[in-house]
Ligand binder design. Sequence first.
Ligand code: C2E
Ligand code: CA
Ligand code: CA
Length: 529
Amino acid sequence: MDDHSTPDLDVPQPVAGVAFETLPLPTALLDAQSLRFLAVNASLLQTVGYEARELIGQPLATIQEVPSLHEGAVRLRARDGREHMLYQYLRLNGAGSGGVLVWTAHPLSADAEPSLRDPLTGLYSRRAFESRVRARMTAGRGGVLIYIELDQFKLVNDAYGREAGNDLLSQFGKLLQSLVRSDDEAAHLGGDEFALLLPDGDLDRAWQVAERIRFQVSAQGFEWRGRGYGLTISAGIASFGDGSQDFTELIAAADSACDAAKGLGRNRIEIFRADDQGAMRRVRGEQSWGARVLDVLEGGRFALFRQRIVPLRDDQPLHYEVLLRPQGALGWSLPGEFVAAAERYSLMAQLDRRIIARTVRVLAQTPVTEMPSAAVNLSGSSLNESALAAFVSRLIDEFELAPERLRFEITETAAIANIQRAVALVQALRELGCGVALDDFGTGMSSFSYLKALAVDTIKIDGSFVRGVASDPMDAATVEAIVRLARLRGLQTVAECVEDETTLLKLRDLGLDQAQGFHLHRPEPWSVP
Ligand code: C2E
Ligand code: CA
Ligand code: CA
């Protein structure tokens, strides 16, 4: 067959219909053997400046200097000699003679076409994103779409105005960009809606990516004019790949999963899966908080981390605080939300007991020289456990642990909420020979008056005062007053959340006994099941 003759080939009707014609992306059907055009759509004709009759029957080489059958960047030459860089997708329908190659392309880089970027966030615009997803679909390639909404956007916008709202969007855009791989495509769809396209189509990875974003956002919050605000996202995940979906359906699916996430309390992720009835089924993340707490509790699926509490004077011993790390979707997770959920289901006191039991067992096996003592946090509900001291006493006997190696921390707020019980429990624990510290000191308003009644031996000054101690005279004065009062009563003082050297030096000046914080030691795994 001569390259310049026009072969008498039929355009396959089902694929060359209206949808094909009106696809916004350059698309063509090629004879799989000869690589000649069987059909071309309007978008391709517009890009290369040819008429349909000039291309049908001609080889791909007419517009592509080096015909390539690989997915990737290609250079197309238009009729007037101008060149276009595009990213091509190929899909083979049928083999041998009669086989048809579906060829689709999208503009290679959004930088080359600024309108494809959303000016606020620098991410893809909705239009650009849509064309990329459609290109993959047309090419028969799969992927996963993560649809994200910012839970507090409307609130921020209403309360602080458009400028704050826009700032929030652009901060989130940056975070999103920093958390995805280079071949993932991030878009700002408009308003508080964002989306990610993960081309590898792996739902597990999509879940992990979404979880990482959820976690980072809730950890970092949103900063505006020097103040921090809480921020969370809700996300829905939907995959495509069997060719049955179109873009609108895909977005609708991910959006409905996101709605479900919001309905379940926000700050969470749901995966969309259509079952036989076409109804939504949650795949991961279907586990309720209650079930998760039970799982961790009953299966002992939690790790204990430890963080050093460092003496600031020579005559002081080294301590450790024990920190709970419940098992999460991505490994050992932070305790904040988990502890709150466990409290809601009245399971926290039970969990405290398990943590105490594990701490006593592991501490008894850990040499004193390596770890002189460990402090366990007690939740508010443990204060109501009248039998807690007896439980601790039995454990200490059973594992032959020197009681002074075991310490407890009770938050000031929990103690004040139930002062009589707290007084009794602290007393009982001290009688066993265990140390007790009053945690988060300074946040409970009436701190000083209650201190008299509680037989604690240590005060842990809350991080909110410690952070500002080198820069804010009020914080410095507060810490100074607490230290003076503690000395008067013969109590040890610990500063928590020490994040830099300047703060540490200032604390030493102020006469603190011990310090704890990321600057000195990051929590590390201690007991991992
Ligand atoms: P907390 O008792 O005030 O524990 C100190 C928290 O501050 C820990 O967070 C620790 O990782 C963190 N931290 C330490 N140094 C720094 C620092 O320099 N900067 C900052 N930003 N943070 C620092 P974590 O492990 O997330 O624990 C949070 C809270 O969860 C604890 O506050 C405690 O109230 C509760 N919790 C943790 N483990 C347990 C546990 O085993 N039982 C009970 N009942 N509650 C626990
Ligand atoms: Ca603590
Ligand atoms: Ca604390």
